[in-house]
Design a protein around this ligand. Sequence first.
Ligand code: PMP
Length: 453
Amino acid sequence: LNDPQSIIDADRAHVWHHLIQHKAFETAAPRIIVEGKGLRVWDIAGKEYLDAVSGGVWTVNVGYGRASIADAVRDQLVRLNYFANTAGSIPGALFAERLTAKMPGLTRVYFSNSGSEANEKVFKMVRQIAHRHHGGRKSKILYRERDYHGTTFGALSASGQNERTAQYGPLLPGFVAVPHALEYRRQQRGANYGEAAADAIEEVILREGPDTIGAICLEPITAGGGVITPPDGYWQRVEEICRRHGILIHIDEVVCGLGRTGAWFGYQHYGVRPDFVTMAKGVASGYAAISCTVTSEAIFELFKDAPDDPLSHFRDISTFGGCASGPAAALENLRIIEDERLVENSARQGERLIANLRALQDKHPAIGDVRGKGLFAGVELVADRQSREPADEKLVQAVVAECGAQGVIIGSTNRSITGFNNTLCLAPALIATPDDIDAITETIGRAIGRVFG
Ligand code: PMP
């Protein structure tokens, strides 16, 4: 029944993968991953890999093969998994309490199933607030070039990756782009780049009219768009500008949340006080499909008069959102992160990761920029260090493939961002040891040497 070749044939014939992968399958068999333990995974042919991207898209924060999470989910499934989120659950209540304890100023958790959905929830709340409290004005939502927020239409409309999103047009109205803040490819001049990049947001606000804008949606560190750490002074200025214009701040922690960057949440490095925080991947490290939209009591209060209204927020019921097995997995995931001090480990090993990558940069002229925080790093490859011309995408993909051949799985920027698809992305599980970090960076160094000479 489990003849590997028959599985590969069935996959090739019937599974609709991302189309980029189908292109790769013309020359190589589909990669079918069958097992994982810690940071390591095995494919169907028995080949072992060190996974430096936590399940491809930086999700499995606590690593593979966690029996205690499986036990928590199993116990909950047997007891009761499903009752619509018109009712509460024990793990839902406990997880909401423990999660918000890590997020001063925020008190309320709305459960859904994916990062995209958690973001949609915010967009809908912002629109509802506009209708209820601002006579329909303040309905626009700002988003940033290169940020990504998900697969659904609202999330696509809020994603700053136009080459990717244009194919689905027309997108939703009322989403307005602001410039990115990648210092290495700075668009604004000025003594303090962080403040100049934030001021560029205010220019958009003034052009659109502050009374038309309800919220801004930002990743704390842009993930798929190239691991863009914010420049100094940026977040403080963004917050000050938004408060001055009455614009709510929505931070998308789908990637950065739950320890990835060496803090519980990415925004906590920068001292921002968000109105909405969304999270998904690390919430249950991929052991369950659960996402959260977290907000403040003040926002919750804005909806309190709603129950009589048949179109109210309170009727926005997602069938599977809040299924008890989700928060059951999330609770155990949170316990592991706390007990094993994985946030601290992420910060500590992250320093080693960046130091190793900087040492590689000294050796390889193809490395133009190294950036990151905690166990989250980007390595921007260039054709020429002086002009900063991006490296040819084919060479970037050759480095990714060479690492894979050497048994280390790494990622790269979303390939649809033309001219910006030249960054290698690293996000190993938060349990990584110094040996794991060294193995990852040594392999990358060898691969860059082989591809770029
Ligand atoms: N926000 C960010 C920052 C993401 O990286 C992603 C997924 N890569 C999403 C939202 C969407 O999450 P999901 O795929 O769970 O819908």
